[in-house]
Design a binder for this molecule. Sequence first.
Ligand SMILES: C[S@@+](CC[C@H](N)C(=O)[O-])C[C@H]1O[C@@H](n2cnc3c(N)ncnc32)[C@H](O)[C@@H]1O
Length: 268
Amino acid sequence: MGDTKQLAQTYTVVNNTQYDAGLFLLKRLELEPGMRVLDVGCGPGNITAYLADLVGECGDVVGIDPSEERIALAQETIQGKKNLVFHVGCAEDLAQFPSASFDVLYCNSTLHWVADQPRALREFGRVLKPGGRLGVSGQSGDFVAAHQRIKDEVLAREPYRNYDHDIAGEPHFLKQQEMGTLLDAAGFGGRTFTINKIFKSTKDGAEMVDWLASSSSGKTYGGVPVDMRPQVREEMIVEWDKMTTKDGLTMELDLLVTVATKSQGYFD
Ligand SMILES: C[S@@+](CC[C@H](N)C(=O)[O-])C[C@H]1O[C@@H](n2cnc3c(N)ncnc32)[C@H](O)[C@@H]1O
């Protein structure tokens, strides 16, 4: 259960919101030519390709993602860059990379989907060189967005309530304080936090639900079977359309943007 080729393909068409959030994060990371960068949760790789342009031919970029569908799409569509590779892999297990091997670790719109966030942060700290920089952007846990309320409300109805929604992998949006604790435990010293307030606009509820579904690799529908998803989608659209005006639909989101520096001399 989870991602599908169709959701992966839709995501590349609709990820302009995540792309803009990714650029906001990138500005704070000050990438330079020659750097080695790891993009964790790279999805279809369109931002990863931009990272490769920034570090140039004397640098290199690796994109990893657990979704075989998204990595296949990245490998298929992004070609001709000698300094960029994509692999299937997840944040919690970076064993394929040696310690202290990256200058920058970039993680955009992804960490909330990672099941074991403390382990992922320790892996981020391990693979970064001392003085290397970590950049993470994702919805802040200090803010409750409309998509969470609507998802909880619809999935609590019959018959959806009878399925195990945790099994699909519920997102965990980190509060700033939690992020600080994880960074301390993973060997990061200096850090800055910024709130990036964004507005996701769509023409109607259907477009909003489809954006949420492709962004979450289908997890918007919780643990309901794939063939029941169209039914859940319709019920979610009804809720979103209650908020839709003649100008369309807008959802407010607070993103927590973290830039942290790996302490000198800390090795796992
Ligand atoms: C909303 S997409 C973000 C993709 C890309 N970073 C962007 O900004 O467009 C979230 C990505 O997180 C990936 N993901 C989910 N669980 C993960 C994990 N444990 N480790 C790494 N990536 C994960 C998903 O497969 C998906 O591609």
